[in-house]
Ligand binder design. Structure first.
Ligand code: HDD
Length: 676
């Protein structure tokens, strides 16, 4: 793979210390790095020890403040290409030429948890993309949920105070299942729609590679002629949108708190590059008022069946970072980083974000020169009269640092529009200075009900369970009841079971009158494939090597990833002397770390081995995962009493088995199951 422009730029900052002498930061070679300088072997350390002082001081200052939200994240490099010119709608250069590959850096994150929190929590996920374009950096700072909790940025500190651990005891970590969050929800009912998403499967994605991304706000595309369209941005994962189940997610957080970052990192290392198509929904300026929602309201989506998503390009993530701190931690995103052809709307949430992001980098990255950090530098030149400040790298030459001037021929000079100068869309504005919210923002429940209507039966079941879990953790009876009252406006079918689970009452009848649904919102209708699905193969000594090899080869041909689990590491030997290297033991892995299990067993396995295999199978089965067995595994499935259930594949003919099992894997989960 050739280096793209960003990669080339980063190269000049990369350092490899291997094989080099140890030096101080001043370049002085160090003769000794184990003993501080002392007055006598048993004496006190001397102030004079510059090496000790420098090493310790640097260490003492290693930590920077974590992000106030989205602290837990993981990022990767990649490229974006447009499929066809978007000239009709926008003049943004990176959206014109299909031959141009624009370098990108994407950071995925959870929202509420601290930097060291677990990955598989119930939360929205951040999906922030920095495009290093020829015209400057463009940041699309989105989430995996297309709407937001609040309609005005002034409420963001309140929302985050409510969802973060409670201040008197700093609990719970990375969870919304506590009183203050639900108190906020019940008393800020604009949150209804996003809460529905947050209680749905969307909030526990299977992988960062299998979740959608959304710009959330309405932005503007502006073309060469100055014509504007309202636009909403979508990322559609090529592998489809898939989730875990809640019990599984909670266990994953114990078995592998790094589950999502490991998944992304390993996929890229294996060459299974995550891909996402960029989609846009476009609404003409003159149609601004043609919808039953306000296009400026960030708690509303544009149903894809009404405003189709036009797929315009593809992003491929193909390189892991060299250093997580230098790149993923120091990257600074900002919805206000735009390029000509992309402009804002008056969405009051977006407008407030335009202030917050630079402000937060000042404290987080320690001053106004964070744009000079390697990961944040544009790949195009940048020139202005800004000077100095902590950590300045650039050595600006010359006498002049002001505009206008004559000593430097009035340069750096503003560029005309034709020369690529950014001009703001000339929207006509008029109005009174008011602290208010538009009447058109006041319907909080119609789209929440549409979301509910759009869910498949299992998805509805999961939402009920999520509400029951979260509210079940709330201590205040009053808050629990208020939430039931609030969501009675969405669906009585939903709140009935939840109220019963938490001992609350249904005090409002009626539910919503909205019957509309949007099939695009259900994950049931997503792309399904076996590609990159992890199959755990349970086998011990004495297996049938020929048969197992055939099955594993077919699974690999389908794109699935096969990993071997046994009672100990090392080689397992088949009856026909076929050998396999074991990847994990029952101790070091767990069924929750796999998409499916293929249980083979072996003639020479112990009873304990069998019990472990059954335990793994039972858990995978209870998470609706495809499970398959041949040989000894079939007997164990019979013992478990799961043979006739959906997504349970057994077949003595290994050829048929491989085909059927692959189909079961493609289905992702088998909801139609009686749990044993
Ligand atoms: Fe935000 C980080 C996404 C509303 C203020 N936000 C942040 C990140 C993402 C989002 C993905 C992490 C970027 C990274 O990986 O470094 N935020 C959103 C979306 C929102 C949203 C999709 C609603 C549509 N955010 C929002 C509001 C405000 C902020 C209303 C404040 C007015 N967000 C911030 C922040 C953060 C941030 C405090 C923390 C770290 C950072 O910016 O760089 O400024």
């Amino acid at each position: 793979m050739g280096k793209n422009r960003k990669d080339e730029q980063l190269e000049q900052y990369r350092v490899d210390d291997t094989g080099k002498h140890l030096t101080t930061n001043q370049g002085l070679k160090v003769a000794e790095d184990e003993f501080s300088l002392k007055a006598g072997q048993r004496g006190p350390t001397l102030m004079e020890d510059f090496h000790f002082r420098e090493k310790m001081t640097h260490f003492d200052h290693e930590r920077i403040p974590e992000r106030i939200v989205h602290a837990r994240g993981f990022a990767a490099h990649g490229e974006f290409e447009v499929y066809e010119s978007m000239k009709e709608f926008t003049k943004a250069k990176f959206l014109q030429d299909p031959l141009v590959k624009t370098p990108v850096f994407v950071r995925f994150s959870t929202v509420a948890g601290s930097k060291g929190s677990a990955d598989a929590v119930r939360d929205a996920r951040g999906f922030a993309t920095k495009f290093y374009t020829e015209e400057g950096n463009y940041d699309l700072v989105g989430n995996n949920i297309p709407v937001f909790f609040i309609q005005d940025a002034i409420k963001f500190p309140d929302l985050i105070h409510a969802v973060k651990p409670e201040p008197h005891n700093e609990m719970p970590q990375a969870a919304s299942a506590h009183d203050t969050f639900w108190d906020f929800v019940a008393n800020n009912q604009e949150s209804a729609h996003m809460v529905m998403w947050a209680m749905s499967d969307r909030a526990i994605p299977r992988s960062y590679r299998m979740m959608e991304g959304f710009g959330v706000h309405t932005f503007r595309f502006v073309n060469e002629q100055g014509q504007a369209h309202f636009v909403k941005f979508h990322w559609k994962p090529v592998l489809g949108t898939h989730s875990m189940v809640w019990d599984e997610a909670q266990k994953v957080n114990g078995k592998d708190p790094d589950f999502h970052r490991r998944d992304l990192y390993e996929a890229i290392e294996n060459g299974d590059y995550p891909e996402y198509e960029l989609g846009v929904q476009l609404i003409k300026e003159e149609d601004e008022f043609s919808f039953d929602f306000d296009v400026l309201d960030p708690t509303k989506l544009w149903p894809e069946e009404d405003v189709p998503v036009k797929i315009v390009g593809k992003m491929t993530l193909n390189r892991n970072v060299d250093n997580v701190f230098a790149e993923s931690e120091q990257v600074a995103f900002h919805p206000g980083h735009v390029v000509p052809g992309i402009d804002f709307s008056n969405d009051p949430l977006l407008q407030g974000r335009l202030f917050s992001y630079t402000d937060t980098q000042l404290i987080r990255l320690g001053g106004p020169n964070f744009h000079e950090l390697p990961i944040n530098r544009p790949v195009c030149p940048f020139h202005n009269n800004q000077r100095d400040g902590y950590g300045r790298h650039t050595i600006n030459r010359g006498q002049v640092s002001y505009h206008k001037n004559s000593l430097a021929q009035n340069t750096p000079s503003p560029a005309s529009e034709a020369e690529g100068g950014y001009t703001h869309y000339q929207e006509k504005m008029e109005g009174h200075k008011v602290r208010a919210r538009s009447e058109s923002f006041k319907d909080h429940f119609s789209q929440a009900a549409m979301f509910w209507n759009s869910m498949s039966a299992p998805e509805k079941e999961h939402i009920k369970k999520a509400f029951s879990f979260e509210l079940g953790k709330v201590q205040s009876k009053s808050v629990q009841q208020q939430v039931i009252d609030m969501f009675s406006n969405v669906s009585i079918e939903l709140v009935k079971d939840v109220a019963e689970a938490i001992g609350a009452d249904i005090r409002k009848q009626g539910g919503s009158t909205v019957t509309k649904s949007s099939p695009a919102l259900s994950q049931e209708n997503t792309m399904k494939t076996a590609k990159t699905r992890k199959v755990g193969v349970i086998l011990g000594d004495g297996f049938n090597g020929k048969d197992v090899t055939l099955v594993l080869d077919q699974l690999k041909d389908s794109g699935a990833q096969v990993e071997l689990i046994s009672d100990r590491l090392g080689k397992r030997v088949g009856l026909d002397e076929v050998e396999f290297d074991v990847d994990h033991t029952f101790l070091t892995s767990d069924s929750v770390l796999f998409d499916s299990l293929y249980v083979v067993g072996g003639k020479d396995v112990s009873n304990q081995f069998k019990q472990q295999a059954i335990y793994f199978t039972k858990e995978a089965f209870s998470h609706y995962k495809p499970v398959g067995a041949t040989h000894d595994g079939m007997k164990w499935f019979e013992e478990l009493g799961i043979i006739d259930q959906t997504g349970v594949v057994t077949n003595e003919d290994v050829n048929n088995f491989a085909g059927e099992f692959t189909h079961a894997i493609i289905a992702h989960r088998h909801w139609d199951r009686q749990l044993v």
